[in-house]
Design a protein around this ligand. Sequence first.
Ligand code: KIV
Ligand code: NA
Length: 265
Amino acid sequence: VKRITTHILQEMKNRGEKIAMLTAYDFSMAAIVDNAGTDIILVGDSASNVMAGHETTLPITLDQMIYHAASVVRAAKRALVIVDLPFGSYQGNSKEALASAIRIMKEAGAHGVKLEGGVEIAESVTRILAAGIPVMGHLGLTPQSIYKFGTYTVRAKEEAEAAKLKEDALKLQELGCFAIVLEKIPAKLATEVSKSISIPTIGIGAGQHCDGQVLVIHDMLGINKGFKPRFLRQYANLFDVMNDAITNYVDDVKSKSFPNEKEEY
Ligand code: KIV
Ligand code: NA
């Protein structure tokens, strides 16, 4: 199979073919996500929530992201694997940002990195790109800034924040980012941004006119039973499927029906 590249993603936008992106954090899940034809696998810092059980994405470390990313890279035969730079690994200065990105590329074998923010991180984006590392932007609801926002509700509903987001998108494109994630912003604004820049936009809670879509794999598979925001479409109810299987196993062990004679040596 031919590996998806940033150039292929640009061609997809040019011809109006939508880009499908999902998260994964481990080898077995990534193998399924890759096999199903997902174009980009994001090793998101949402691992902090869905893998480690933290309330926010802030606690996950660069070492932990590299562990997740290396596992995903070993499974991905076709998908482009992009890895989030975690909170604290790039905001200090652009040299620190580059050092973090290099560790992700070398130690995990990833194909690119994603950073949250616009003009504020321009120097870091420039330095990482200068090293030949593809960079994906992330605007709108940027969860590493949750304590600044105070809530996980829709961003850029007001004109000032919308205007800044549009400027940030143009800036990220000008710097050389290959795509931009737009998280939880009005569909109308996401449509405008998607039309105003030539690189692909990947939306999550940003409407149907983005050039691609992304969801957290645990959310779309219904593993996170409680989590059902408006933007999320659940494609399975794996919590119940897995719960039934595990309940049956426990019952079988307790009732001594597992293992049977065919299952012993
Ligand atoms: O960490 C993550 O999963 C993300 C996506 C939701 C875009 O950044
Ligand atoms: Na993220």
